[in-house]
Design a binder for this molecule. Sequence first.
Ligand SMILES: Cc1cc2nc3c(=O)[nH]c(=O)nc-3n(C[C@H](O)[C@H](O)[C@H](O)COP(=O)(O)O)c2cc1C
Length: 192
Amino acid sequence: MSAESTRPVVACRTNPNLGVLHRNRCGTRVFTVLGEDMQRVVDEQRLGYVASVCPDGTPNLSPKGTTAVWDDDHLVFAHLHSPQTVANIEAGNRVVEINVVDPILRKGYRFKGPATVHRDGPVYESGLRFYRERSGLTSDRIEAIIVVKIEYAAPVTSPAYDDGSTEPEIEQRSLEMYGLMRSRRGRRQPTG
Ligand SMILES: Cc1cc2nc3c(=O)[nH]c(=O)nc-3n(C[C@H](O)[C@H](O)[C@H](O)COP(=O)(O)O)c2cc1C
């Protein structure tokens, strides 16, 4: 898959909350920059599922709990134990897809674009600082910082909404399904 193929072709309108809305060749609505709501979901969830392509063309999908917003056009994750994802990118299959979904609200975003692996240099150093400050991750645990330029972004919503269910109703159903309650206390953050 080339980076070219992820590029939307027709700009339709701008929604500051979501990013710039386009329609691609298939008529699907896509967003090309990380809008406020996309950044909020990534900041809150932190867990992205990263799909890459192996040299033999087979898919490779794995979770990254270090998924974060790098800036308005880039996401980032840390290579702690991701040998295949990183090998795929370094082998030249640079385009990855990242899905970040709120499992309680059952909606989120899918992002796609070329990734760059930083094993040293200013971006690597800046990534180490970011994860140390955010999660207390020490630099000896981070082999590389992977920065993904987001060229495609689109919302993804569960068919659970198809019957007209509202967000509070879906939230309540999810909490019951998982046997959870909304807590007012601050959450502890995992580190990977
Ligand atoms: C919830 C969860 C979060 C994870 N977060 C990360 C992460 O941020 N970075 C990382 O390198 N590995 C992380 N891992 C481990 C990798 O997903 C795992 O080692 C995987 O097998 C790597 O596959 P890959 O080599 O195809 O990337 C996480 C695993 C789980 C279950």
